[in-house]
Write a protein that binds this ligand. Structure first.
Ligand code: TRP
Length: 365
């Protein structure tokens, strides 16, 4: 078992977390935490990054910090094992971003595919806020300030990790070996890479109203499952059904385990058989949706219960976050000391520099 792993990941606090976040990353984090095969693990709330495209809505970001923190705790992240912190409270991240800016060209940022699509989605083409444009740089700082080796995120974050690695290589090449190259850890199940919205659209998004939130009541979840997008050609039960783009089956791919069949659908031995019957014809959408609903309820109920418990003591959650910020800051400060030394901007802690210069000026007198 290697204890050299430093795991780090984060989320923007722009809303409650949904089951796309859960299968894409949250579930994995809890597994990593339980496996305990790491030196340190950090999970943070990227409020400063959220502000890069919500600059006129600070209240939204402020209110969602606690929502995300509650979602973390509800999913089972344990502050005893994982340092949970808030990005903006670590000023070292700004400092590191500032130095990293010298290592990245404008055209390189323009080629970042995630930034490209996000600029279009937000209608920023005409005037892109500089902070938004450069958030891949600040994200590289988030990762490297903690010497993260392992970053569990969704596929859309791949360009961010590539950018971070380029920055690390460039930094180490110019200033000497100082920073660590992080590796992305993607979900191993294709359905989890990007869970579609309940309406079948590619992405879950609050504005489209197609998300199932972790904190949602059982009734709300059921309602959303029962109205999910399936196969528009599957009109009658006996019609052959299609699996491609069929959201209910994509969700089953992401959530279903063999034991769910024993519990909720014993007529079928496994998901392949269920799919085969659906494709042949003779299996109605309702039956499949009821099965999915049972699975989701089983998975979400303990999360809901834990959230309710943590909601009872909000000051304690803030206390936990404050401690997390203090711990995180210590680690980042260590890295920044190394960075300043490598970049030769550590004037006051370099006795040799001062002595040598004193000698040189004395000789010139
Ligand atoms: N950009 C990430 C997202 O939108 C959030 C994030 C910010 C992040 N900094 C990070 C994720 C560092 C991993 C590592 O989900």
């Amino acid at each position: 078992m290697s204890k050299e792993k430093v795991i780090l990941t984060g989320d923007r606090p722009t809303g409650r977390l949904h089951i796309g976040h859960y299968v894409g990353s949250l579930r994995r984090r809890v597994e990593l935490q339980q496996a305990a095969d790491y030196k340190q693990m950090f999970v943070f709330i990227a409020d400063a990054q959220a502000l890069t495209d919500n600059i006129d809505n600070p209240e939204k970001v402020r209110q969602n910090v606690i929502e995300v923190a509650l979602d973390y705790l509800a999913c089972g992240l344990d502050p005893e094992k994982v340092t949970i912190f808030i990005q903006s409270q670590i000023p070292e991240l700004c400092e590191l971003s500032f130095y990293f800016m010298d290592l990245v060209s404008v055209s390189r940022l323009q080629r970042n595919p995630t930034v490209k699509t996000e600029i279009q989605m937000r209608g920023f083409e005409g005037s892109i806020p500089v902070g938004f444009f450069t958030y891949p740089i600040s994200q590289a700082a988030d990762i490297t300030a903690f010497r993260a080796t392992t970053v569990p995120v969704g596929e859309d974050q791949k360009p961010m990790l590539e950018q971070a690695n380029e920055i690390v290589r460039r930094f180490n090449y110019i200033y000497g070996d100082t920073l660590v190259e992080p590796q992305i850890l993607l979900p191993d199940n294709a359905a989890c890479l990007r869970l579609p919205g309940t309406d079948g659209k590619a992405k879950m998004s609050k504005s489209l109203g197609n998300c199932i939130y972790l904190a949602e009541t059982a009734d709300e979840v059921q309602k959303k499952v029962m109205s999910m997008y399936t196969d528009p050609l599957h009109v009658h039960v006996q019609d052959p059904g299609h699996l491609e783009g069929n959201t209910v089956f994509t969700y089953l791919d992401a959530f279903c385990r063999p034991e769910h069949f024993e519990r909720y659908l014993p007529d079928y031995p496994n998901l392949d058989e269920l799919k085969a019957h659906y494709t042949r014809g003779g299996l109605g959408d309702m039956k499949v949706k009821r099965f999915l609903n049972n699975i989701l309820q089983e998975e979400l109920e303990p999360i809901r219960q834990r959230r309710k418990m943590f909601e009872k003591d909000i000051p304690a959650v803030y206390d936990m976050l404050r401690k997390g910020c203090e711990n995180a800051r210590e680690v980042a400060a260590q890295t920044l000391a190394d960075v300043r030394r490598a970049m030769k901007i550590d004037y006051f802690s370099d006795a040799q520099l001062i002595a040598e210069q004193a000698a040189r000026f004395a000789a010139e007198q």
